[in-house]
Design a protein around this ligand. Sequence first.
Ligand code: FHN
Length: 434
Amino acid sequence: VLFFVTNVKAQTYTPTLENLKAREVFSNDRFGLFIHWGPFSIPGDGEWVMNNRNITVKNYRRLMDFFNPIDFDAAAWVSMAKNAGMKYITLITRHHDGFSMWNTKYSDFNIMNTPFKKDVVKLIADECHKQGIQLFLYYSLLDWTREDYPHETGRTGQHTGRKGKGDYASYLQFMKNQLTELLTNYGTIAGIWFDGYWDQTAPEGTVDRSPRINWRLDEIYGLIHKLQPRCLIGNNHHLTPFPGEDFQMFEKDLPGQNRSGLSFQQPSQQLPLETCETMNNSWGFNITDTSYKSVKELIHYLVNAAGRNANFLLNVGPMPNGKIQPEFVYTLQEIGQWLKENGKTIYGTKGNIVEPQKWGVITAENKKLYVHLLNVTENETYIFTPDLKEKIISASTFAGGSKVKFKQMHEGTFIYLDGIKTNDTDTIVQLNIQ
Ligand code: FHN
């Protein structure tokens, strides 16, 4: 409650019509690629390496001298995402280490001062516009290297060698300047994905999570909506959305699950939802992390997200040479293949038709319901789904169109599995409804 009094003056936010339209497009897209890349990729120890290894600002800045990804090919990354069935890319422009991946006037800690000397945001933005895929930009509110970020109130900063208590007015102006660059020089930006707000709040799980500084998000959000009204704002603060935000995100959690202990919020009924997850256990390139999630696990994540009315933003941490590791490339190709065959049951659908069940979820589009049987064993002869409101006219397998028997009753519907060919990843039954 305190938060609303201190931090957000503009209690009411009325999105423009084009913003509402953009939300709809975003919801229909269902699948995106998250990219965590920058000088932090060089040590191969994840994007938190500066903090985790207590590297001082002075020493960390030396990474700038080595960022020279000679194999980077923006066109290849964008086509990889498209072939995986992804409809948007969310690119790190500046992570917590404060390094800017574009030609910014407002910090010398940027890509133009590396041997690579090319504006990565521009290269990727141009390619996204060319190949017709939407671009979201990730921007960290938290900064581990700037003197004016009030780091002493945050959880990090004690090892970085910075002095002073920061100067939020100066830092806020800096962020506004940078966001103005990002929203002016790179064409249409589908959204801004904020992160790091939580640095200024009491630890996760604490009841009062009011921020220690007044972020003045209303000013930041107002600026963004003024520069590009349809640009969607999301903020990974792990809390219930604030006024001015256009979508709600969950990190490493399906909406409502909060298994990772990060998302202290209920899914909104009004805003588009998004959940993000890693391919292994790292966001940034991690040379020792080989706990790769299987193609099946990730398809299940996508289907489970859609079944809960959410998009799935799947992350890659490209290598310092500019390539994406072959394990990720393979997984993305396989997911893309699955989506070519089954994308109709995912894109443009709505979720939350019934509560997620032990056997899976349902997605809906027009007069069709898609029952995704994610967890059924060969011995199961039927599944039961509670309270479907609409009357079912007919049922068939989505692949092959074989007839499926069903019995619709007041308490729910039986769908009989005998005689139908099940699929180890997802057996989809299409219900045509009245
Ligand atoms: O600390 C970051 C982390 O490095 C990564 O960027 C993820 C992506 O959702 N967000 C933060 C943790 O909430």
